[in-house]
Design a protein around this ligand. Sequence first.
Ligand SMILES: [Mg+2]
Length: 311
Amino acid sequence: MTQTNELKQPTVLVVDDTPANIDVLVAHLTQENLELIVALSGEEGLSLAQQHKPDLILLDIMMPGMDGYEVCRRLKQDAATTDIPIVFLSARDSELDMEKGLSYGAIDYISKPFSIPVLKARLRNHLALKQKGDRLAELAGTDELTSLVNRRHFNQVFRQEWMRAIRNQSELSLLMIDVDYFKAYNDSLGHAEGDNCLKKIAQALLQGLRDPADIVARFGGEEFVVLLPDTDSAGAARVAERLRTLVQNLKLPHPGSANGGLVSISLGGATCIPNHHLTELGLLQQADTQLYKAKEGGRNRVCLEMAAKSQ
Ligand SMILES: [Mg+2]
C-alpha cells in the first residue's frame, strides 16, 4: 500500500458552508492533478478527514455548528490526522484571526478574497512538503497510527532473519493477524473509533511478545504480522494464543461482532526452517492460508501449519 503513494494523486479536502465558495475552488483546482473531496459543514469535514486522510485540507473558519477552529483542533489532537496540513481560508483577515488560526496548528492562513494563482502555488508547496514528510515517516520505519513497525521496515527485518535462519538452520515462525468484522466496526462506530481500536490492539500485541527478537508490525489496514525467530510451531502456538487472549481481554465493545459483542482477532501461523528452496513470500502465504482457515472456522481463533522442513 505504501509503495503506490508516489503514483497517487494528492487528495485535497475542501470544507466550506457556502456552496458558491466550493464551486469556485473546484472550478480552479480541477486542472491541478488533485483528487478533490468537498464538505459543507465542519462536522462533515471532520468525518471525511478521518475517513479519507487527505493530503491537505482547505478549511473555512466561519461555519454554523462546528467552526473551522474546532475542526482543526480535533484533527490535530488525533494521531491519525495530526500530520494532515490544514490551510485556513477565511474572510476574517485581522492579524489576531490569522495568529489564532496558525496557533491551532494550521500550516497557512489565506484570507478571502484570494488570488487563485497564489493559492495554487501555496497548495503545491504544502503538498510537496507533505509528500516529503510521508516519505520520511516511511523511511523511519514507523506506522504513524499505531507506532508499530511499518510494513517496509518489517520486510527488511524479515529478510535479515530469514538469512540468519538459513545460516543457523533454525526455525522461524510467522503469524498473520486480522481484526474480526473490522469493516462492521468502522461502519457502526466510525473511523475515529476504528483507529482507536487499532491502536489498542497494537499495544496489546506488543505487550504479548516476550522475546526481544520477536517483532510485530502493522501489515496494512486491520492486518498485523508477527515474526518469531528461533521459534518452533509449539512456541508460535503459545504466542498466538496469548495474543488472541490479550485482545479478547481488552473487552472492547463491538456491536457488529458475533463473538460476544467484543473485538477479537483471528490468527494464522506457519513455521519453517528456511533454506534456498523456500521463500519468505511462501511462508507469508502459508500463514495467510491458515488465517483464512481461522476466519472460516468462526474467527477469534488460531490456526497453525507446520510447513515443510528442509527437503
Ligand atoms: Mg463560512
